[in-house]
Design a protein around this ligand. Structure first.
Ligand SMILES: Nc1ncnc2c1ncn2[C@@H]1O[C@H](COP(=O)(O)OP(=O)(O)OP(=O)(O)O)[C@@H](O)[C@H]1O
Length: 307
């Protein structure tokens, strides 16, 4: 599908599929069209051309059916100044025609899930940014949608709330929901998602399962208790590296080197070889996550001078 705003082509000939019961991550630079795409999927914005199917339903033909099927969490929680926290969820429950005896039970269940139960009777406008984000996710889940679309759900969340978000999203997907999530926090997305779709300038430029990213090149980092032993071991195994940084120049206080390896299987072999050479290794691992490495090697990141 495609969508322009005047002369700005926000989404162009974009096509992808998000499987049921899995979390699909949308990744791309600011302004690449993620929110525009999500608005179209949530039937809040019509595409100029192309077709969207949500569980087989076209939002431009039957938007009420799509709205019943979709839970949408925008990147900004709208103003609900006159309502209390529990009422926000009760109003949404009624809007989705939940049976009246279920409305307050469902609201309390979601407040529990998001750790907002103590704030149930507070006016929604007094919530902090992170609390509003959590209420936003609860609001999107009121009608137990088949498809959950989350635009930057982790922004503003403290570390414990992020872990909770991760658990809730994973559990929701394993219960059979299709989840589409955008975020710039790639390390968290990597833990949350099963698949990733990379966007740039309104198009899909790459797509992969998170598992398959293990077979892509990445930079790895080794730390050793002994500078000279590491240097000798690296030379003996013949790997091209960045040079060994002495312990007094590194934050960890270990001698360190980095190298680019084609995949995780090569990394496992190299670790065994360096250890066999007596490198006195104390740390060995990828310098970035799989998702971050894939993003940093994309044309979008290189254009932005990330490398
Ligand atoms: N209502 C609008 N009117 C005009 N231009 C718009 C409108 N909405 C989005 N755009 C433009 O469309 C492009 C895509 O915007 P969009 O919000 O979809 O990007 P995004 O990938 O979600 O960005 P971010 O990562 O910063 O949230 C941008 O150039 C933006 O300025």
């Amino acid at each position: 599908m495609s969508r322009a705003f005047g002369s700005v082509q926000a989404v162009l000939d974009l096509s992808f599929e998000a499987p049921r019961g899995a979390v699909t991550a949308l990744v791309g630079p600011n302004g690449c069209g993620k929110s525009t795409l999500m608005l179209m999927l949530a039937s809040l914005l019509a595409p100029d051309s192309g077709r969207v199917l949500i569980g087989g339903i076209d939002p431009t033909k039957d938007s009420p059916a799509v709205r019943r099927a979709v839970g949408w969490m925008p990147d900004q929680f709208g103003a609900w100044d006159s309502l209390r926290v529990a009422e926000v969820l009760e109003v949404m429950g009624r809007a989705y025609f939940l049976p009246s005896r279920q409305v307050s039970t469902r609201a309390m269940e979601l407040l529990d899930l998001m750790d907002l139960q103590t704030l149930a009777q507070q006016p929604a406008h007094v919530l902090s940014r992170g609390q509003k984000q959590r209420l936003g996710l609860a609001r999107a889940m009121v009608h137990s949608p088949q498809v959950l679309i989350l635009d930057e759900p982790a922004s503003g969340l403290d570390p414990a709330s992020r872990r909770r978000l991760l658990r809730v999203v994973r559990q929701t997907a394993s219960d059979g929901t299709t989840v589409l999530v955008s975020s710039h926090i790639l390390s968290e997305l990597e833990e949350m998602a099963d698949h990733v779709v990379f966007m740039d300038a309104g198009r899909v430029v790459d797509a992969s399962s998170i598992r398959a990213l293990a077979a892509r090149p990445r930079t790895w980092k080794v730390g050793s208790l002994d500078h000279d032993a590491l240097m000798r071991a690296l030379e003996a195994v013949g790997v091209q590296h960045s040079g060994v940084a002495p312990p007094d120049s590194t934050a960890s206080g270990h001698a360190e080197a980095t190298f680019r390896l084609p995949d995780e299987a090569t990394a496992a072999r190299l670790l065994a070889d360096l250890t066999a050479q007596g490198a006195r290794i104390v740390s060995f691992g990828p310098a970035t996550g799989r998702l971050e490495a894939a993003y940093l090697s994309s044309a979008a990141a290189q254009r932005q001078g990330a490398l």
